[in-house]
Ligand binder design. Structure first.
Ligand SMILES: [Zn+2]
Ligand SMILES: [Zn+2]
Length: 167
């Protein structure tokens, strides 16, 4: 099994940047260097970074950018539909530049969130009971579990440490 190589990844980001510029232009939003770098950072990461992680990445290229500016750019991009947010945790919203229909694998230990694709999940039929709650716009499946790295760290620990579950 292979994940997408660096070349296709670069092309994917270039395509996303183009889309970003188009959307900003047609919405009459100024294409500032800061907004571009914030978007590029979310697109590049592919790891669903939170605002502070994005800020750290952008600061390496634009040293004077503030976290506040990054937040404002993120919410603007989100309003424009260029990125989506995920996670229930309000204080640590994470951002996603992948606008292709996709689903998430989330590691419950370290929070790693990766995309996966499934035609079957895209066509998922929801029960009628959902309608009572509101109008559904999209359905995204979240598979929760333990990533390989966390699982490996677990098995490296002595057995006694594993015996007592937290719940
Ligand atoms: Zn993990
Ligand atoms: Zn995603």
């Amino acid at each position: 099994m292979t994940t997408s190589g660096p070349e296709t990844r670069d092309r994917e980001i270039a395509r996303q940047m183009e889309h970003f510029e188009q959307v900003c232009r047609s919405a009459g939003v100024k294409l500032t260097h800061q907004r571009m770098e914030v978007f590029r950072e979310v697109a590049r990461s592919g790891h669903h970074p939170d605002a502070e992680t994005i800020h750290r990445g952008v600061r390496s290229r634009l040293p004077t950018v503030s976290l506040d500016t990054v937040y404002r750019a993120l919410w603007l991009l989100s309003d424009l539909g260029l990125i989506t947010t995920l996670g229930p945790s309000r204080e640590r919203t994470r951002f996603d530049a992948n606008l292709r229909r996709h689903h998430h694998f989330v590691c419950v230990r370290c929070g790693l969130t990766r995309d996966f694709y499934s035609d079957a999940f895209d066509d998922l039929k929801l029960p009628h009971s959902v309608r009572a709650l509101g109008r559904v716009e999209t359905t995204q499946v979240e598979a929760r579990g333990v990533c390989h790295e966390c699982a490996q760290a677990d098995s490296a620990k002595p057995a006694t440490a594993k015996k007592k579950g937290k719940r």
